[in-house]
Design a protein around this ligand. Structure first.
Ligand code: HEM
Length: 227
């Protein structure tokens, strides 16, 4: 068995895969937030950023090539993260076929207990989000979505209050998942137990910045600040 297969076959190996792919996903979420916040600089800046993503690496790379490479890396990270999570869950259920009679969690936080359901909600959110803002297949009147006008698409998309409400709820799920995920990642990667408080603090900062930043956008559209 190769070293990679041997690592994958163990629970700690799968946790390591979750931690490393988690770093890629957290990195994406932070960079995506930085891009999303350009909405406050106006249509010119936001659309230039969306165009820049496609022109990245030109003229050495072809139009869209760097973006597609990043998409494939992201997709691989998501798939590995989910497969490892499902396998770890199945192993844990198999080890405990009879449910606990006492189900009250003693030390686990709310965030820790909602990782699985939270993960499912996030997958559903991302599928909807791509259909919405990347493809314009849902959430718009016919002809309203314009591929070259990301700013208009975001404003028109978030003007529908229930779509905004869905995004806001999804950000809450993302915040909980990030908080517990970032903290678990440090645990798996073997941080010094004495610094536990620092890592929890770091996990809170990442989760709060991402949620507040992202939630501000639908609220700014509904409140008329971004129009
Ligand atoms: C209010 C918050 C958000 C806004 C305003 C937003 C905005 C956008 C926009 C405008 C696009 C399309 C970009 C383009 O085609 O040029 C996009 C794509 C995407 N977003 Fe978000 N996003 C938000 C939150 C999130 C979150 C929380 C996640 C993940 C957890 C996420 C994941 C993605 C992904 C995977 C894509 C597809 C990228 C691609 O392949 O082109 N977004 N987002």
């Amino acid at each position: 068995m190769s070293a990679v297969a041997a690592l994958w076959s163990t629970s700690i190996g799968k946790k390591a895969v979750m931690a490393v792919t988690g770093i890629v996903l957290v990195g994406f979420v932070i960079l995506h937030l930085a891009g999303n916040l350009k909405i406050y600089l106006g249509a010119g800046a936001f659309d230039a950023y969306a165009r820049g993503l496609r022109e990245l690496g030109e003229p050495i790379l072809a139009y869209g090539q760097a973006l597609w490479t990043l998409r494939l890396i992201l997709l691989a990270a998501v798939v590995l993260h989910i497969v490892a999570a499902v396998q770890l869950t199945l192993t844990s259920w198999a080890a405990r076929p009879v449910a606990y009679t006492e189900k009250e969690a003693v030390a686990a936080t709310y965030a820790a207990r909602t990782m699985r359901w939270g993960g499912v909600i996030l997958v559903l959110f991302v599928v909807y989000h791509i259909l919405h803002f990347t493809l314009g297949a849902v959430g718009y009147a016919p002809g309203q979505f314009q591929e070259a006008s990301a700013y208009r698409n975001v404003v028109n998309g978030f003007r529908v209050w229930y779509v905004s409400a869905f995004y806001i709820v999804a950000q809450a799920a993302l915040g909980l998942h990030l908080y517990h995920g970032v903290w678990s990642m440090f645990q798996t990667l073997g941080v010094d137990a004495r610094s536990n408080g620092v890592y929890r603090g770091l996990a809170v900062v990442v989760a709060v910045v991402v949620v507040v930043g992202n939630v501000s956008i639908p609220l700014a559209v509904l409140g008329g600040l971004v129009k």
